[in-house]
Write a protein that binds this ligand. Sequence first.
Ligand code: PMP
Ligand code: GLN
Length: 382
Amino acid sequence: LLGDDGRLGLTIFEEVTALAQQHSAINLGQGFPDEDGPQEILDAARSAIASGANQYAPGQGLAVLRNAVAAHQSRFHGLEVDPQTEVIVTTGATEGIAASVLAFAGPGDEVLTFEPFYDSYGAVIGLSGATHTTAPLLAPDFQPDPATLEAAFSERTRIIVVNNPHNPTGSVFSRESLELIVRLAERYDALIVTDEVYEHLVFEAKHLPIATLPGARARTLSISSAGKTFSITGWKVGWLSGPADLVAQVRTVKTFLTYTSGTPFQGAVALGLGLPDDFFTTAAATLQKKRDLLGEGLRAAGFEVFTPKGTFFALADAAPLGLDDATDLARRLPALIGIAAIPVAAFCHDDGARRTRSMLRFAFCKKFDVIEEAAHRLAGLR
Ligand code: PMP
Ligand code: GLN
């Protein structure tokens, strides 16, 4: 099922979720919370539907959400953006990424990502006709390595896609790492497309949006979404901000991908973005406890665990258990112990897949009792 030629057009997340369902396994594969987000956000969508907000929203998104995005960028990041010309609403972060790559890269260009990389980056770079180049993030800290990052840039690099906090490694890029990315993007005149969907889910670290660094703003498109922050991954409401001339080009592509989406959800997400600070800090603190609980379980089961500084995910190396092929293990785990996880190789090209051959990604965005039960089951691996 997970083989290179057997993908049948499904994402790795869909494949693992199907396996989990088949074996009634605890699904620590696909990253979605098992509890819904704040009641007032859910209620706001319900009342928007009831009050007739059910037809097309404007192409750039409802003004109420664009204003809320601008206020959020200012409040949390000190970034001032014009909600009229520098913000668009997208169908999840996925569309923001796709429209940005399709707007600016094509045959003959290179688009650089770190490796491991979120699966949709590889797919959309392929669709654009550009060449996908990569720079590795290596254990244990998964920060960019200056020499290999520099070597990965070329005169043809049109875009560097940054994902910070990073899925699947859970790393949060340091200021030095981000400064290096900006310096290289300037030197090679590349755009920075930054996917910051986990911006509020950081632990013992501070998230620094790359657009806030000197020299970055004029060449950066910043992307985020409501799915992770508010535990509403099924709503697919995202947003993108950046300089007006770049945003206008992305909007043109977005118009012909989806035009617009999710009218009744947009106002509800605007309400979420305006929640008090306490909501955001409590969500991260709760998730940190879940991270720690799963980490203990994985360690007790014999894995080497790379404690993440952000995201929903922890990487664990199965090599200490004598298990070297995590892709094979991911295929067998649901039947073996009733747990599903994603092999890190699924986020890699060949070299990266070799480097991460024995690593699995586990999601900890689940209820405490579910994580406890998962830890109990994992102990059965020994
Ligand atoms: N980027 C990253 C790094 C992700 O982990 C995900 C998964 N939610 C997405 C983008 C997709 O976000 P959305 O569901 O808002 O399209
Ligand atoms: N972002 C989620 C993850 O990394 C999955 C989203 C999807 O299924 N495409 O697990």
